[in-house]
Design a protein around this ligand. Structure first.
Ligand SMILES: [Ca+2]
Length: 288
């Protein structure tokens, strides 16, 4: 086993994983410690464990940039991974990610998104990247809710659905407002929004709108479903476990248990082995 020589070192890293993470993210860590740890990880470990621990060493904006780059690099595009990162971050976080992406790869995120996607899906992706929460005052704007519900509904009543109002409304309001809008739309249409989107849109745009709506309605549930269906894909599991470890992982655990009747902790114990299992369990923190 390639990481045997670093077995003890690894045990230490696994125990201090959560600590390293908090530490890196308050950005107190002197660059020389970061450099030393990175070098030790690269030398003493390999494979999935190494990738996981290197991911933990990145700041959140750099890790998200890394995931976006991975989803676009090479042949084709991983639209689901792309949407997962973009839809689960706030406007301020998306601005930081855009800057980090430029620093890390000397490339413009917006240009890469344009060249890796097409047509209406490109418009949606760019609108999410630049999303604004124009009504974040905390007050419920009933008039605007009515207007938005009407626009979304009318856009899918004609022969050919019009994606423009969907893209515009879903990327320019606060999430509380949008939750109300989508719930009202469901009452009006007597069906889940997900079904409305599936029956009126197609291709990447359909996938994109579904993920956007799902993350607005219940972000932890969307992430729990994604974990559940991608348990065998290391990159997805690592992305969610590391990317959400500071914000929503507790809520993801709650939704995961409701969804599958098995806790995320027990699922990791069942589906992973060895040091990778230990590292993921350390990130998961506890049994539910
Ligand atoms: Ca590509």
């Amino acid at each position: 086993m390639p990481f045997r020589c670093g077995g003890e070192l690894l045990g230490l890293y696994v125990r201090i994983c959560p600590l390293i993470h908090i530490w890196m993210h308050v950005r107190f860590t002197p660059p020389w410690i970061r450099k030393d740890l990175n070098a030790a990880l690269k030398k003493g470990l390999s494979g999935a464990v190494q990738e996981l621990l290197l991911a933990l060493m990145m700041t959140p904006d750099r890790f998200d940039s890394h995931r976006l780059r991975q989803s676009m690099e090479g042949v084709g595009t991983d639209e689901e991974a792309l949407m997962e990162v973009l839809c689960t971050r706030s406007p301020a976080q998306l601005r930081d990610i855009t800057i980090a992406y430029r620093e890390m790869y000397n490339r413009y995120l917006e240009n890469d998104l344009i060249s890796e996607t097409s047509k209406e899906f490109t418009k949606l992706v760019l609108a999410i990247l630049k999303k604004e929460e124009r009504n974040a005052s905390g007050k419920i704007d009933f008039e605007l809710i009515d207007q938005d519900v009407k626009e979304l509904s009318e856009a899918v009543t004609g022969k050919k659905a019009n994606p423009e109002p969907w893209t515009q409304v879903l990327t320019s309001r606060s999430s509380d407002h949008l939750k109300r809008v989508l719930s009202r739309l469901e009452d009006l249409k007597c069906e889940p929004v997900d079904k409305t989107i599936q029956s009126h849109f197609s291709g990447d745009l359909r996938l994109g709108l579904r993920i956007l709506a799902q993350t607005i309605q219940n972000k932890p549930l969307f992430l729990a479903q994604r974990l559940h269906s991608c348990m065998k894909k290391n990159a997805v599991v690592r992305g969610i476990m590391v990317g959400q470890s500071e914000e929503d992982l507790l809520w993801v655990r709650v939704e995961f248990l409701k969804l599958t009747n098995l806790s995320l902790y027990s699922t990791i114990q069942k589906d992973f082995k060895g040091e990778l299992q230990l590292a993921l369990l350390a990130l998961c923190r506890s049994e539910d």
